[in-house]
Design a protein around this ligand. Structure first.
Ligand SMILES: CC(C)(COP(=O)(O)OP(=O)(O)OC[C@H]1O[C@@H](n2cnc3c(N)ncnc32)[C@H](O)[C@@H]1OP(=O)(O)O)[C@@H](O)C(=O)NCCC(=O)NCCS
Length: 147
């Protein structure tokens, strides 16, 4: 099979990214989701990557370099990754992840982070495979109640 290529994301990729997301989570992206994607592409263009096969996006990863957050000068965060189910398990995720990690290192970040739901075994295993470990942060959650 011909190999995919990786490049930075463009605004005209949004429809295809939304299709991949829909194939993964089985529901359509909200307008807010699309808008957030646009903001990331415009503000952090080198951290928004897409893998294409025959010119069509088959996977994506979005990162963010935060300044001053969480007690660090600069830190890299992987916000979301999604590979179209037809192309999973072919190394696309690994290559996207490694390329984003290279970008974070070029930005001289103090640390690189992400968060994964405890029962997302595929994502946990994936992040471990590209070098992530249990972090020193404690995740806190508020129910949103007025308590
Ligand atoms: C997890 C995910 C990012 C992995 O990407 P991928 O291209 O399919 O995986 P790769 O071929 O690059 O695999 C790299 C490593 O990740 C791990 N891995 C990947 N898929 C896995 C799975 N389903 N179960 C366990 N480990 C997995 C393996 O360690 C693998 O290394 P190996 O092939 O040497 O065993 C991808 O399957 C995905 O997008 N899953 C859905 C994520 C999601 O729900 N995102 C949010 C909604 S948009």
């Amino acid at each position: 099979m011909a190999k995919y290529t990786i490049r930075t994301m463009r605004l005209d990729d949004i429809d295809a990214i939304v299709d991949i997301q829909k194939a993964l989570v089985k529901r359509s992206a909200t307008r807010r989701w699309r808008k957030a994607l646009k903001v990331y592409i415009e503000t952090e263009p080198k951290a928004c990557l897409v893998a294409t096969f025959k010119g069509k996006p088959i996977g994506f990863i979005i990162g963010d370099v935060k300044t001053w957050g969480f007690g660090m000068r600069h830190s890299g965060w992987i916000e979301i990754i999604g590979i179209h189910p037809k192309h999973m398990g072919t190394g696309v995720g690994r290559d996207l992840g490694k390329r984003l990690l290279r970008y974070f290192r070029s930005m001289e970040v103090d640390g690189i982070y992400t968060a994964v739901r405890w029962d997302s075994g595929d994502l946990l295993s994936f992040f471990k495979s590209i070098g992530f470990e249990h972090s020193g942060f404690l995740n806190l959650e508020h129910s949103g109640s007025k308590r």
